[in-house]
Design a protein around this ligand. Structure first.
Ligand code: UDP
Length: 465
């Protein structure tokens, strides 16, 4: 391993699992290539640093050290905010503390090679990085296809796509095939103008960066990456799938619940289990929750279902399930609060992943050759679902609006029993391609070599503001 001194990278993740996980995986990749890593993390959702002993963590807090008092972004204060409002608040509250923390790190003596910030932080990080003369790379944790749609927001708005969403749901978006109007990556919010501002800021922040790192691979999104790079005058580094790089970091310690899940999976037949999870942010109505519960049960297939506390609006956890529901299932079904998803998807018992199509879940499923049932909830999930179903053809869409017990029962049963095989073959072919991209002379490996060279040469540039 090369000497890490003078090879420090500062990373600034957005504080949600779907953004933090790929940033940590990227940190592992850089660490393996001889860099030291400092993570600047918001006090909001601050992770347990003992789980990542190779990295230095710094809390950036709205409160100045020594002033004491509650951090203004406690979970209780943000509960009930829609995602757009939450991101607006995070961007506002942490802009100045981030600027100060970055300046302190850069002024700390050891040379800093660059900052890697989540694309959603936008241009605030650009201003802060310029002030201290550090190059800024951006990590885009979503796919390239959905970014094409985000980058087209001004055009889509001019053409009126956003104002007539309801009446034209099934119309094609001619500018972005194969998307339909209902696939556009919008978020339900009281403040659509703010959503538009967040997206524009993200796109502008990407354009002004020293390069964009993607958790995707060329054999999956070559066309979309090419389209984007012809319009963005910055280097692109599609290094994915991140979680499949060898990074030699210590494995995650298993919780008691993880062990119970593995034990349960061990008892199931190969490819027989429906793994259902809607990620870390999406929420559903109680009625939808009950349709899913009965649909899964009536399908008579084995299922492992992640019901995150907070998934079902207005409830704590499972209290809306009818009394005795779980007892009647016996060993057929298991409901948990969280899983080690990478391990679950890699288990031979898992036959299909019923997912909300967050980008990490999409890549993780493809990389284990597990076909999907796609129920997108908001934002890029809709684009990902369309690509999964119509372009890569490794899953079927089950729209939220179509989710009644009978439909779920039908879709789940056929995903396991009838049409899973062809999809699984296609999915396995993508899994192999991902492995090739990561192998010697594969595209992701080559991009990583180039990225490392670029990062090491940053300090020899005369930094222009
Ligand atoms: N995840 C997990 N256990 C779960 C549910 C999700 O480890 O029970 C992880 C999953 O592996 C992925 C992330 O949480 O890395 C979710 O990211 P994604 O982009 O799929 O969705 P989001 O949560 O951002 O909507």
């Amino acid at each position: 391993m090369e000497e890490r001194k003078g090879r420090k990278i500062i990373m600034f993740p957005l504080p949600f699992p779907g953004h933090f996980n790929p940033m940590i995986q990227l940190a592992g990749i850089f660490h393996h290539r001889g860099f030291s890593i400092t993570i600047l993390h918001t006090s909001y959702n601050f992770p347990d640093p003992s789980r990542y002993p190779h990295f230095t963590f710094r809390t950036i807090s709205h409160n100045k050290e020594g002033e004491g008092g509650e951090d203004p972004l406690s979970r209780s204060e943000t509960s009930g905010m829609d995602l757009v409002a939450l991101i607006r608040v995070l961007k506002q509250k942490y802009a100045e503390p981030f600027r100060e923390s970055l300046a302190a790190e850069v002024g700390g003596g050891e040379k800093v090679c660059c900052l890697v910030s989540d694309a959603i932080w936008g241009r605030n990080t650009e201003i802060a990085a310029k002030e201290v003369g550090v190059h800024r790379l951006v990590l885009r944790t979503g796919g390239a296809a959905s970014f094409c749609a985000f980058a087209a927001f001004p055009l889509l708005r001019d053409k009126g796509y956003f104002s007539t969403l309801d009446s034209r749901q099934d119309d094609p978006v001619i500018e972005l095939p194969p998307l339909k109007v209902k696939d556009l990556p919008v978020v339900e919010t009281n403040d659509p103008d703010e959503l538009y501002r967040i997206i524009s800021d993200m796109v502008e922040g990407v354009k002004s960066s020293s390069g964009v790192i993607w958790n995707t691979f060329e054999d999956l999104e070559r066309g979309q990456l090419m389209d984007l790079s012809s319009n963005f005058n910055v280097p692109f580094f599609p290094l994915g799938p991140f979680h499949k790089h060898s990074n030699h970091l210590p494995p995650k310690t298993k919780s008691k619940e993880d062990n119970e899940i593995t034990k349960w999976l061990e008892k199931q037949d190969p490819k027989s289990v429906v793994y259902a999870s809607f990620g870390s942010l999406a929420d559903i109505e109680e009625k939808e929750f009950l349709e899913i519960a009965w649909g899964l049960r009536n399908s008579k297939q084995s299922f492992l279902w992640v019901v995150r506390p907070g998934l079902v609006r207005g409830t704590e956890w499972l209290e809306s399930l009818p009394c005795g529901f779980m007892d009647n299932l016996g060993h057929k079904g298991k409901i948990v609060k969280w899983t080690n998803q990478l391990e679950v998807l890699a288990h031979p018992a898992v036959g299909v992943f019923w997912t909300h199509c967050g980008w990490n879940s999409t890549v993780e499923s493809i990389c284990e050759g597990v076909p999907m049932i796609c129920t997108p909830c908001f934002s890029d999930q809709r684009v990902n679902a369309r690509y999964i179903a119509d372009v890569w053809r490794v899953g079927n869409v089950l729209e939220k609006s179509m989710m009644d017990t009978e439909e779920i029962e039908k879709v789940v049963r056929s995903a396991i029993m009838d049409n899973g095989n062809e999809m699984r073959d296609r999915c396995l072919a993508y899994k192999e391609r991902a492995e090739k991209c990561l192998g010697e002379n594969g595209s992701s490996s080559n991009y990583l070599d180039k990225l490392v060279r670029d990062v090491l040469s940053f300090d020899s540039y005369a930094f222009t503001s």
